[in-house]
Design a protein around this ligand. Structure first.
Ligand code: ZN
Length: 316
């Protein structure tokens, strides 16, 4: 039986797991990213984790040998240049590190890296809400906004591996400053970070917001449930911008399905109908009619399952 390893590199933690071809994670371990500020040390630690998971195997099931691990998939914050991390705000000491070749050298196993949204999209396509489609887009709405694109039943990574930067399409050219250097990117208007910032800016208009000690994205959703008009307006604006962003995907890719994931979409029951309505409003009717917009199916494990899906592709 072939096994695969997934590595989900995030700004706060790194998760390493071993799984099978069905997308099941059999054993995993996590450690804080700030324990490995230097990328070379990070790769050493990840390689050790893969080896030790093989030895331990979570204490149950058949023994997995390192030789049984057919490939390693890595989901990493971008931007990347063919597997090398470029300047990344959350991983400054990792700049210039080639994750795939670095890990391949340490483990002697084929490794492939994709940006984290692309990896999560692969996971949803192979094992989650995107199963059965040939043309799919995954959109994550979390701290930022990103996407992963499947075309003709293949991952579309782009020339250097950075396709899908949906969060940085400019919707308001003189809008809020984005960390990418532009202004008015989708991410500055419709991410969890944006919700918190906008709610803070509009605090004086809302007795509900004024009563809060701290304001983050969940505060805004609780405000909607409490009937606060400002929070409702903030969510209306956010879903309008997301609808604009998704309409780009609909018109450009004609996907069969768009899958929405990420922490903010935990409020999917509230958001999905609004996003569908706005996307319809801004898309060409014939294209929207054949596009389903659904919530992600993998939940909290999506990063690791996505990395596992990247490993499955790396083998072939
Ligand atoms: Zn941007």
């Amino acid at each position: 039986m072939a096994y695969f390893a997934g590595v989900d590199i995030g700004g706060t933690k790194i998760a390493v797991g071993i799984g099978n071809t069905e997308g099941a994670i059999l054993c995993e371990m996590r450690f804080p990213t700030d324990e490995v500020p230097r990328g070379e040390d990070g790769l050493d630690r990840i390689a050790e984790a893969v080896k030790s998971l093989c030895t331990q195997n979570g204490g149950s099931g058949p023994q997995i040998r390192l030789a049984d691990v057919a490939a390693v998939g890595i989901g990493s914050p971008g931007p990347l240049d063919r597997g090398t991390l470029l300047k990344t705000a959350n991983l400054p000491g990792w700049e210039g590190i080639n994750l795939a070749s670095g890990l391949q050298t340490r483990l002697g196993i084929p490794c492939r890296v994709e940006n984290d949204a692309t990896a999560a999209g692969m996971g949803e396509w192979m094992f989650g809400a995107g199963r059965g489609t040939s043309h799919m887009a995954y959109v994550t709405v979390s701290t930022g906004v990103g996407s992963g694109i499947i075309v003709n039943s293949q991952l579309y990574s782009g020339g250097r591996g950075n396709a899908g930067e949906l969060g940085h399409i400019v919707l308001i050219p003189d809008g809020p400053v984005c960390h990418c250097g532009q202004r008015g990117c989708l991410e500055t208007l419709a991410s969890g970070t944006a919700l918190a910032r906008i709610a803070h800016e509009r605090r004086n208009e809302s007795p509900y917001l004024q009563r809060q000690d701290g304001i983050d994205a969940p505060t805004v959703f609780l405000g909607v449930e409490a009937g606060d008009a400002v929070c409702q307006a903030i969510i209306q604006d956010m879903t309008r911008y997301l609808g604009q962003g998704l309409s780009f995907l609909v018109n450009l890719l004609n996907p069969e399905r768009i899958v929405l994931g990420g922490g903010v979409m935990a409020n999917g029951d509230m958001l999905l109908p609004l996003i569908q309505q706005r996307t319809q409003e801004y898309s060409m009717p014939a294209l929207y009619r054949t596009t389903e917009i659904v919530l992600a199916g993998l939940g909290q494990d999506s990063g690791l399952v996505g990395a596992l899906a990247v490993a499955l592709v790396a083998r072939t």
